[in-house]
Design a protein around this ligand. Structure first.
Ligand code: HEM
Length: 452
């Protein structure tokens, strides 16, 4: 750094001591990495739920924020500048300030995602990022609550839920995560790649295997053969362009020379996994709140009443808000990562270029020093769009890096919930949830419902 740089003439940001840094690694970063940032490890998720590690992570952040105020707080990690965001205003600032000076293409993220999508928008920059992001936005119809192809997607959800309900009935009414997940991924493969991929579980298995490598980021070499096989299969789906699939819709979008369509789709297949988790947890939220369950069931029955020939526009505000609440309470992307492209000035000092910036969302979603709804189900939070004037509740991120798949997730999630609720009564068998103090983590893998 030369001596005219901002850092040399301004104070550095406050820095955590070595012990505090170890506490952050132990309580905040460690458990998140152990659970699996790219694909969850069920045993670690179970341990986290049992030991309330997620609650402990939020408490650790609160202790730091009580001591250091607005921050950001630099961690004392040799060889790599890392900063924790502590101030709600800074969450907005960092997320709005992407890609300059807070690039979405962060080093650790790049190493994790390169295992299955080295050219995805999220870890690209410049023209490449612009073209790839635009292709994602167009294909996922990111500005519209109801995707233009919803009329093709809705029957897929209906058919697969029907089959799921038959399986549940055969299992004496028990709905477990495994059967939900299998149904969800039949939907995902049909919606993304086309009906012929319906039973292509080997593809989902391959994705899972590459994502397991992704959990190890740079500690594991890339399985280049597996990655090529995945991308080839996706390219085949684009070539087939089956009517009614997102792959077909993608081929109709304007694409620049750097858009790399096949490399954008693994991110969708990956991200539909947490979407399924969030949906299953959303069902648990409803089961634990009988009034909301009744209202959601009424809402679900209305969704089914579409006139023949009418475009389905599922008006399911409560179901959508419930999924958003599931994601607020138990964010599936708990750490949003950015990297500074230049020195950045904050009120209390300067953050150097090349710093990994960590936005730990559970801290902002569950900060009971400021939020009376921190640990309870509050679907009313989502009745109007949230702005940067509001407290940051950012399960889908915000600003130019906002998740372009959010509306599609809410559409498909609320539709499968509506199908289940309109045809069955739901009881949560596996957990007893206290509506006044919802847990720091809800283990989706062990959730079990009884449907009658
Ligand atoms: C519960 C489900 C989901 C959640 C919570 C979620 C959340 C997020 C978040 C927080 C980001 C920003 C990540 C970052 O900045 O590092 C993101 C990015 C992204 N998401 Fe999602 N997502 C979900 C599902 C989906 C689905 C199903 C799709 C596609 C069908 C999708 C497509 C994308 C894409 C393409 C990006 C990268 C955007 C960019 O490069 O700017 N997401 N998502």
């Amino acid at each position: 750094m030369n001596d005219t740089s901002i850092s040399s003439v301004h104070n550095p940001l406050p820095s955590a001591g070595p012990l505090e840094t170890v506490q952050v690694l132990r309580d905040v970063i460690g458990p998140m990495v152990a659970k699996g940032p790219i694909i969850r490890r069920p045993t670690m998720v179970a341990a986290s739920e049992r030991l309330d590690l997620d609650g402990r992570a939020v408490s650790r952040m609160q202790t730091l924020s009580d001591k250091y105020g607005r921050g950001p707080l630099m961690l004392n990690i040799p060889g790599r500048p890392v900063a924790l965001i502590l101030d709600p205003g800074d969450v907005h600032r960092v997320l709005e300030g992407s890609p300059e000076p807070f690039a979405a293409e962060e080093t650790l993220k790049r190493h994790a995602l390169k295992h299955f999508e080295p050219k995805t928008a999220l870890i690209s920059d410049g023209t490449e990022r612009a073209q790839r992001r635009r292709l994602n936005e167009k294909t996922l119809d990111h500005d519209h609550p109801v995707h233009h192809m919803a009329a093709s997607f809705m029957p897929v959800v209906e058919q697969e839920t029907e089959l799921l309900l038959e399986q549940v009935q055969a299992a004496g009414g028990a709905l477990e995560y495994k059967s939900f997940y299998d149904a969800w991924f039949r939907i995902v493969r049909r919606v993304v790649l086309g009906d012929s991929a319906r039973t292509d579980t080997p593809l989902t298995d391959l994705m899972e295997s590459l994502r397991r490598d992704g959990n190890w980021a740079f500690f594991k070499p890339v399985a280049t053969r597996g990655r090529s096989a995945l991308l080839d299969e996706i390219q085949n789906a684009l070539d087939r362009a089956e009517p009614g699939s997102l792959a077909a819709f993608m081929t109709q979008q304007p694409q620049g020379s750097e858009a790399q369509p096949a490399q954008q789709i693994p991110q969708w297949l990956f991200a539909f996994d947490p979407a399924g988790m969030a949906t299953f947890r959303a069902l648990a939220l409803l089961a634990a709140h009988p009034d909301s369950l009744r209202a959601a069931t009424r809402e679900s029955r209305k969704v089914g009443q579409t006139e023949e020939g009418e475009k389905p526009t599922p008006a399911t505000p409560l179901l959508r808000s419930t999924v958003l609440e599931s994601l607020r309470l138990w964010p599936t992307t708990p750490m949003i990562l950015r990297e500074t492209t230049t020195d950045v000035r904050f009120t209390h000092g300067v953050m150097p270029a090349g710093t990994s910036v960590l936005v730990f969302t559970p801290f902002f979603h569950r900060d009971d020093r400021h939020l009376d709804f921190a640990h309870r189900f509050a679907p009313e939070l989502w009745e109007r769009p949230r702005t940067r004037q509001d407290w940051p509740l950012v399960p889908f991120s915000a600003g130019p890096g906002l998740c372009p798949g959010r509306h599609l997730v809410l559409l498909l999630a609320s539709k499968i919930m509506a199908e289940l609720l309109s045809q069955a009564t739901l009881h949560l068998d596996s957990h007893s949830l206290d509506p006044e103090k919802l847990p720091g983590l809800l283990n989706n893998f062990s959730l079990r419902f009884r449907l009658s």
